[in-house]
Design a protein around this ligand. Sequence first.
Ligand code: FAD
Length: 490
Amino acid sequence: ARSREGWQWSPNGTLQQGLPSIGVIQPPRNVGKTSEVFDVIVIGSGYTGLTAARDATTSGLKTLLLEGRDRIGGRTWSSNIDGYPFEMGGTWVHWFQPHVYRELSRYGMIDQLVHSTDYSKKHNFFSFATRSGRREMSHEEEDELFARAVQKFVNVDGNYGKTVMPFPFNAHWNKDVLQYANMSFADRIAQIQHDLSEDEQHAIESFALLCSGGTRDNSAFLDFLRWWAAGNYDYKTLLDTIIIFKLKCGQSGFAIRFFKEALETQNLAYAFNTAVSRVDGTGDVVRVLTKEGDEFQAKRVICTVPLNVLNKVDFNPPLNQAKREASALKHVNQCVKVHAEIKDPEMRSWSGVTYPNNKLVIGLADGTTPAGNTHCVFFGCDANHIHADENIQETLKAVKSFAPMDVERLVFHNWSKDEFAEGAWVWYRPGMEVKYLEGLRERQGAILFANSDWAAGGWRSFIDGAIQSGTEAALTVKEELLSRSPTSRL
Ligand code: FAD
């Protein structure tokens, strides 16, 4: 079926809105007006909501899943076009990400992992276009330059971050790390400026902005330290964990497993195209109102609405102060992710950076389509931001600024204008993490708040964090409603 989301452009055709996806659920709802009191209502069907709904239903809890979109997956979904899965949001996974890998293993999907890089083709080089012009280098030289620059960036303790953040899944374990709480990328670069060559500065800034999707000034350094620590304090391992291994079947082929398993229990009621407008937790049961005016009730609610749009839902009692303030401030990630199909199979071994004078910062070849074209993916950020759907010619120009390319097709999702996300993966402003994280995680009575944006783990902001967060929320609800003491699961 076709989602109304996403965009596709080809030189012969016009720009089209809406893309096919197996994540679109038909029929879109299996629940009508009802006075049933559900055990739990899960708001949102991203990986957090899917995991929570799966775990609740398989435990026997009567669960209602409400989703504003016409599809599952939230910020992670794929569109299969002419036999190739285009990943519109979350893409790469790794066995060092414990929660997501456990699920891949559980669904028997280990053989679905494919490698994004292939350095066996003719155009086997890295293009580097900076203030001082454009040049090509080998991928070995690329890795050496970026590893050197990133190491300088994170080396706050003479031990490449290992002393201040020895446990990425418990990032504030060493309180010394809190001295970096208010530091931005720009602040950290100012500290090491004397030791950075021009190339290294371009390298670290482009790489850090790829990670944050923000600007030098609004992106928190602490988030970068956590990614680095989760990537085992090593540049190549970090790359492996964040941008190398994706799924042959596309992310929607993974997400649908959670949904189907939940549905098979016959404990799952669901409604897509159903945005929640109000959650009232003042009575004996929680009342959830939709934009269309329907009302549903449950003993517990797991709200997985992401940070940047959380304050669009009206809560009674109101959201706590941390949630209100953080959601009003918003995280900074306005990543622009654009796929381009290039009519040259030899481009398969290419990657590049154009910084700081291009609308897209990093590009890499990422696959070969059944038609024999090279699939490349490009990333931009809030600095020098572009709305690709509003300006295709500018977007094409940005793609072609990396290297001469004959573009057959562009595919993308505009996350900045997405009413249910207003941004990409979470990246906090300086100070936000320490000030708000605890309050974001706090439950309010019978309403639990779960999302990758405030997941407790080292892979917060990743699919892994979403699965972790959904798992934990469902466990809490199970323990309370099935009267299991927390120790009974030992
Ligand atoms: P979401 O996916 O945002 O789910 C929340 C759901 O709630 C959505 O479906 C939304 O529609 C719904 N919702 C919101 N408001 C309402 C409402 N009022 N009523 C009803 N429903 C509502 N992660 C990786 O691990 N690897 C990657 O390579 C990677 N790359 C990424 C690239 C991009 C461009 C983006 C955007 C994200 C990427 N991520 C990646 C991050 C990953 O996609 C997210 O962290 C994860 O998908 C978040 O899942 P979630 O369920 O916590 O939140």
